[in-house]
Design a protein around this ligand. Sequence first.
Ligand code: PAF
Length: 283
Amino acid sequence: MSAAPPVLRTVPDLRTATAQWREAGERIGFVPTMGALHEGHLSLVRQARAASERCIVSLFVNPRQFGPREDFSAYPRDESGDLAKLAAAGVDLAYAPGVEAMYPDGAATSVDVGALGAMLEGESRPGFFTGVATVVTKLLLQTGADVALFGEKDYQQLQVIRRMVADLDIPTRIVGCETVRDADGLALSSRNAYLSAEERRIAPALHRALQEAAEAVRAGADPDAACARAAERLLASGFQAVDYLAIRDAETLAPVDREHEGAKRALGAAKLGGARLIDNIAV
Ligand code: PAF
């Protein structure tokens, strides 16, 4: 069994460790997570290790990206299980700061990415992307990462982070990695743990709905009409509510019509029992 990586919990400890790597000319690959690691995270770790000499994974459930009625306290936490997975994956260092280390008393600054963070997920979860952008900015500055890897499963998050890194001149290369799915198409997510056996059986309908909408648009259908039909089928399959199902420009996430010539993305979020699932695919 591989030894667990060292777990650092403060910025000064992290900076001491990374300074030694920098002196040795080693590049740092970084995978930010909220823990409850699954194969999707581990595939990011493998890609980080391939891209750089050193690999850091952060484990931090960020309170600033949860709304007052969201699942911050219920969010799955399993630090010892996560560390065993990181040991097996050959990670050099786990960074698991407490909330006080990340947001000391008096911390007042936040990062807002404007319109890109206000649509889709941002409309359903006000303040979510400000919380994400703030913590990811801090994590990139704290780790000094050369490259940071994010799953395409959270596609809008990836676009928000790309925008933010460009706008703030943060010298980290952002890499988006393909969504890892179960055999039936369900995108891996820590929140899948909230699904009952029956809900787990229904859950792949979200991916199917996106595929149906994308297929219809490729065949020439109007994007809004295709999404409305796919949302109806999603509800008929057992989902209780569809927050959004939309075809958008793949970079700006602006609405598109049938004539749109750039790359497009189909994105959806829907509620199933106690879980809110999101997914997206290229059109
Ligand atoms: O995708 C996540 O797990 C989180 O939003 C992130 C990027 C780790 C920031 O808390």
